[in-house]
Design a protein around this ligand. Structure first.
Ligand SMILES: *Cc1c(COP(=O)(O)O)cnc(C)c1O
Length: 380
């Protein structure tokens, strides 16, 4: 097998397809696949296409620029974007038929103005803050937003596609705020209906809620992490498959003598004569420096400990006295779906973060490759 990339993230699109189906089954509702942040580091366009081919109904992103990039990649599915600033180019969004989720009457007015100038009807979603305290229409701005929406709807300036909200405790399925937020969203939809601006659909569930609270699924669920095979509730197995395998080619193997320190600060000193491998992966590629000395890699099915500081470009693995049968050019698996490989959640728990941060951070010089593309019949 020739493999020229030093560091490769292989994305298995059939795993994405599998995860879409798992989430839809648990939720009892179609999936709006969240592909923001370049598909959580997996590539927004290929992941989006794979999710749609597997039955996802729509796509969602944060920034409008992300939505426009998906359109440029030839994806004509319904796409919602929900995080805007006063400088956001709503005219471009309207022209591209992007569903613009607004968080204030000012944003709604700006969208309507852009649509008016283009002579088009804007597609809008109202993002309601029912308890997240982040983006979304604040309670004290609801009246003004709903009022404006009703007037714009009456003028055919907007099509009211959806109301949505976001859960701060989706990963605590039994937290009472989840049901309260769903009720608040239902009430917002009812209010718009009374005003003649009924939304076509409602959605609130993120990955953990989609998997555990089907009673909260309204017309769609809005998972991100689960589609990539992350662990939305660490410790609970939903049968999701990690889509990313991160491999580094062994760059160099060397013998080092007992007492030799390795990497910056000689955080690790060889306790006996041993053999180490240098891998071309570092914190510039998204391998957290905090993992230094606290992780293992899998090479040829055997696990070896990382030793010394993780550097910007390289890290070091202890192969043991006999070198473990590893040769330069062999592939070390840093993250992968197999039982003997690390999941992102393992790294996350080691360093006190969440797997979302790990997978979205993989990048730098990592080359992405895709397997199981839907249009190639599952072949490479
Ligand atoms: C990121 C995001 C999601 C997806 O959340 P996950 O926990 O990854 O499933 C859903 N909705 C909104 C508004 C988001 O910003």
């Amino acid at each position: 097998m020739t493999d020229t990339a030093a560091l490769t993230a292989t994305i298995d699109l059939s795993a994405i397809a599998h995860n879409v189906r798992v989430v839809a089954e648990h939720a009892g509702a179609p999936v709006l696949a969240v592909v923001k942040a370049d598909g959580y580091g997996h590539g927004a366009a290929p992941v989006g296409r794979a999710a749609l081919a597997a039955g996802a109904a729509e796509l969602g992103v944060a920034h409008l620029t992300e939505a426009l990039a998906l359109r440029s990649a030839g994806i004509d599915a319904h796409i919602t974007s929900w995080l805007h600033t006063p400088a956001t180019d709503f005219a471009a969004g309207v022209a591209a038929g992007i569903d613009l989720a607004v968080s204030s009457p000012e944003q709604l007015a700006a969208v309507a103005q852009a649509a008016g100038e283009l002579g088009r009807t804007a597609v809008v979603t109202v993002k309601v803050d029912t308890g997240m305290g982040r983006s979304g229409v604040a309670a004290d701005r609801w009246e003004q937003t709903a009022d404006l929406l009703a007037r714009l709807r009456a003028d055919d300036a907007v099509r009211v596609r959806a109301v949505m909200t976001h859960l701060p405790f989706g990963d605590e399925p039994d937290h009472p705020i989840n049901s309260a937020q769903a009720a608040a969203l239902d009430e917002a939809a009812a209010d718009l209906r009374r005003r003649g601006a009924a939304p076509e659909v409602m959605h609130l569930s993120n990955s953990p809620a989609s998997l555990t609270r089907p009673d909260l699924s309204r017309d769609l669920v809005r998972p991100g992490l689960a589609l990539y095979g992350g662990d939305p509730i660490p410790g609970r197995d939903f049968g999701l498959v990690p889509a990313m395998t991160l491999t580094a080619q062994v760059a160099l193997i060397k013998r080092i003598a007992a007492g030799q320190g390795v990497s910056y600060g000689h955080m690790w000193v060889a306790p006996h004569d041993t053999t180490v491998a240098v891998l071309p992966a570092g914190y510039a590629d998204g391998i957290p420096r905090l993992l230094s000395g606290r992780f293992e890699v899998t090479i040829n099915g055997r696990r070896f400990p990382g030793v010394g500081r993780i550097c910007m470009d390289q890290l070091v693995v202890d192969l043991g006295r006999d070198g473990g049968g590893v040769a330069e050019g062999d592939l070390a698996v840093l993250l992968g779906p197999e039982p003997d490989q690390n999941r992102a959640v393992d790294w996350a728990q080691t360093i006190g973060t969440i797997d979302y941060e790990i997978i979205t951070g993989i990048g730098g010089r990592t080359e992405r490759r895709y397997l199981g593309a839907p249009d190639s019949g599952g072949a490479q």
